[in-house]
Design a binder for this molecule. Structure first.
Ligand SMILES: N[C@@H](CCC(=O)N[C@@H](CS)C(=O)NCC(=O)O)C(=O)O
Length: 227
């Protein structure tokens, strides 16, 4: 049994976007796992990992932190299970996509939902989250909320290439979902769990793709506490 440490929010919400990549990768590999929620401010809870962020997994004696490293670990440790990358070239492309999503899409989504996330973090993380996020977005959470509509327009522009791609094929990875899909899906699941805002219009090809992702693994990501 693998153990996954991830962020716990109010009312049982599991909102760490990077941990959602790991959750989906574990299901893709059909691996059993249990999850342990931690507070963002409680660095002692994950000190054993020698890092300050989640996700962290323990698989037997092995401790791995960082969602990308975890994906690589799972692919190499469980080669008989369905592949996350589809080979060396796929792994390389997935790593490039991971970097692009983290640098282009995550900040664009954060600007839209940061104040909503704050309302739903564990109350013990209230001040920690505010201080950290106000430094990252370079404004107060109240300003971020007031400017959310503009941020939403910037997000829509950043998503345009993905809309075009998902008109041509059902998944980021082609005909079947794999790790590239989980990278992108994590950002929308983060929003779904923590924000009541509609970040995708119903006619957006990304909205239909998100529904397909929510259906995977018997609705694994669909049936969780959301905003
Ligand atoms: N590159 C890392 C990023 C991990 C990360 O930033 N995790 C967030 C939660 S989604 C976190 O633990 N933040 C706490 C902090 O930065 O203090 C990964 O892919 O795992």
């Amino acid at each position: 049994m693998i153990t996954l440490w991830e962020l716990g929010g109010k009312d049982g919400r599991r909102y760490s976007l990077f941990s959602w990549r790991t959750r989906m990768a574990l299901r893709h590999k059909a691996l059993e796992f249990e999850t342990l929620p931690v507070c963002m401010s409680d660095k002692a809870a994950i000190a054993f990992s020698a890092g300050k962020t989640v996700p962290v997994i323990r698989d037997d004696q092995m401790i791995v932190r960082d969602s990308w490293k975890i994906a690589e670990y799972l692919e190499d440790r469980y080669p008989q299970a369905p592949s996350l990358f589809g080979g060396a070239i796929g792994r390389g492309v997935a790593q490039t996509f991971n970097t692009w999503v983290d640098r282009a899409i995550v900040p664009a989504m954060l600007a839209v939902i940061v104040a909503d996330i704050h309302e739903r973090v564990d109350p013990r993380d209230d001040a920690f989250f505010r201080e950290m996020m106000e430094k990252i977005v370079k404004k107060t959470l109240e300003q971020a909320r007031a400017e959310a509509a503009d941020a939403q327009k910037r997000l829509a522009r950043a998503l345009e290439p993905l809309q075009a791609a998902l008109k041509r094929q059902p998944y980021v990875c082609g005909q079947e979902p794999a790790y590239g899909d989980y990278i992108l899906f994590s950002v929308f699941q983060w929003a779904r769990v923590m924000s009541p805002q509609q970040v995708l219009a119903p006619e957006d090809p990304l909205a239909a793709w998100r529904e397909r992702m929510l259906d995977l693994f018997s609705g694994f990501a669909r049936h969780v506490p959301t905003a």
